[in-house]
Write a protein that binds this ligand. Structure first.
Ligand code: SF4
Length: 73
C-alpha cells in the first residue's frame, strides 16, 4: 500500500505561494492562476521537514499531510 503522504486542495488554495517558497522541491504554483501544484506526493525524507513546514505556513489550510500512524518520529 502506498497512500500518498501529501495532498493539496486547489479549491482552498489562495495562491499565497508560501508552500513553493518553503518547499520548492515539493510544491510549485501554476503559472496561470498561481494555485498550488503538488510536485511530489511522497517526498523523500530529506524534503519532508520542509513539506511539513509548508503545510504549517499555508494560510488557507490547502495542504493536507497524511502522517503515517506508526514509524516513530
Ligand atoms: S501556501 Fe497554501 S494557499 Fe499558498 S499557494 Fe501554497 S497551498 Fe496555496
Amino acid at each position: 500500500m502506498s497512500a500518498p503522504l501529501l495532498s493539496v486542495d486547489r479549491e482552498r488554495c489562495i495562491g499565497a505561494g508560501m508552500c513553493a517558497m518553503t518547499a520548492p522541491d515539493v510544491f510549485d504554483q501554476d503559472p496561470d492562476e498561481g494555485l498550488v501544484l503538488l510536485l511530489d506526493a511522497e517526498p523523500p525524507v530529506a524534503h519532508r521537514a520542509a513539506a511539513r513546514m509548508a503545510a504549517g505556513v499555508c494560510p488557507s489550510g490547502a495542504i493536507i499531510l497524511h502522517e503515517p500512524e506508526s514509524g516513530g518520529a
